[in-house]
Design a protein around this ligand. Structure first.
Ligand SMILES: Cc1cc2nc3c(=O)[nH]c(=O)nc-3n(C[C@H](O)[C@H](O)[C@H](O)COP(=O)(O)O)c2cc1C
Length: 332
């Protein structure tokens, strides 16, 4: 599992279950047994969900964003339910990188699952330091750079909405680690493809998108915002069509693998993302509703591949047929 440079390992992994559809994917050098990952901030550090599902079955676990120093996050209320989604303004609460390595990582090492750490910094230097510390720790298979958090004053979207800054952070993190680096993009920009191209040129091994869309909600009796932070990030089924459109656009623009995120609640949603061009997908808000969602989605994708006589998940990626009225494009 982990840093395996060529496609041979996929063939090996896929040979384990010869009769079943092949589910392993290669995300820029991060080889995982299936394309289903848990999205950062919605799956704790894995341990919280271990009573509800077999972590070994997941493609990858992406943990809550980690910074250099501990962060308390924003004051409550910081979660609000919305029609078909939720707003959050957690503000990247986390124990800091050293406490993460000492207290949280040992639990994750027990499992045969890729562990990807979502990292956050207020400065490029902080990103580099966090990346260096994590790269020296055992049991980590990849980094996901969060340059897309809408709920913090410094770092976050400031980096993610400027192509030059996004390029610089990516380049410096790449210099600080040998692990595969995924860059997580914000939808709160005019042209997400511009940012995707910029981080690809800086050496990103993959991009993941989308993070949450900035939104707000008002208590009309008190005439106050529901969230103490006033604004928050919208996630869940409400954002799926936007996420899908962005993944489709970015997948056509970059050569590196694209990981689709946004409102994926079931296997049908996941398959839509794969068909428009995602190599893998992440499950976020769905975990709060059904803690077993990721496993149900893996099973649902396998069923779909078997029903459609598609022997390998990789043959499904990017098979969207946009020519109205023409024959359905088959996996081949
Ligand atoms: C409560 C909460 C906390 C989150 N924390 C993080 C985080 O620490 N880092 C990050 O990159 N994304 C974070 N996200 C964004 C999710 O990983 C994901 O990109 C987003 O929720 C969209 O996917 P979904 O609609 O499936 O939830 C968070 C989302 C939620 C709902």
């Amino acid at each position: 599992m982990g840093l395996i440079p060529d496609g041979q390992i996929i063939t090996e992994m896929n040979r384990i279950n010869p009769g079943k559809p092949k589910m392993a994917v290669d995300i820029g050098g991060l080889v995982i047994k299936n394309p289903v990952m848990t999205a950062s901030g919605t799956f704790g550090y894995g341990e919280e969900y271990a009573p509800y599902l077999d972590l070994n079955r997941l493609g990858a676990i992406i943990v809550k964003g980690i910074s250099m120093e501990p962060r308390a996050g924003n004051p409550p209320p910081r979660i609000m339910e919305t029609p078909c989604g939720m707003l959050n303004a957690i503000g990247l609460e986390n124990p800091g990188v050293n406490a993460f390595v000492n207290d949280k990582l040992p639990f994750l090492r027990q499992f045969d699952v890729a562990v990807v750490i979502n990292i956050y910094g207020e400065t490029i230097d902080e990103f580099k330091k966090v990346a260096e510390i994590l790269s020296a720790a055992k049991g980590i298979h990849g980094l996901e750079i969060n340059i897309s958090c809408p709920n913090v004053r410094r770092g976050g979207m400031v980096f993610g909405s400027d192509p030059d800054m996004a390029h610089e952070v990516t380049k410096e993190v790449k210099r600080s680690t040998d692990l595969p680096v995924i860059v997580k993009l914000t939808p709160n920009v005019t042209d997400i493809c511009l940012i995707a191209k910029s981080v690809e040129e800086a050496g990103a091994d993959a991009v993941s998108l989308i993070n949450t869309l900035t939104g707000m909600s008002v208590d009309i009796e008190k005439r106050t915002p529901h969230l103490r932070n006033i604004t928050g990030g919208l996630s869940g089924p409400a954002i799926k069509p936007v996420a899908l459109r962005m993944v489709w656009q970015v997948a056509k623009k970059v050569k590196i693998p694209v990981i689709g995120i946004g409102g994926i609640m079931n296997a049908r949603d996941a398959l839509e993302f794969l068909i428009v061009g995602a190599r893998a997908i992440q499950i976020g808000t769905a975990n709060f509703i059904n803690p077993h969602a990721a496993i149900d989605i893996i099973d649902g994708i396998e069923d779909y591949l078997a029903r459609n006589i598609c022997p390998d998940i990789n043959e499904l990626t990017g098979t969207l047929n946009t020519e109205q009225g023409s024959d359905l494009k088959q996996c081949d």
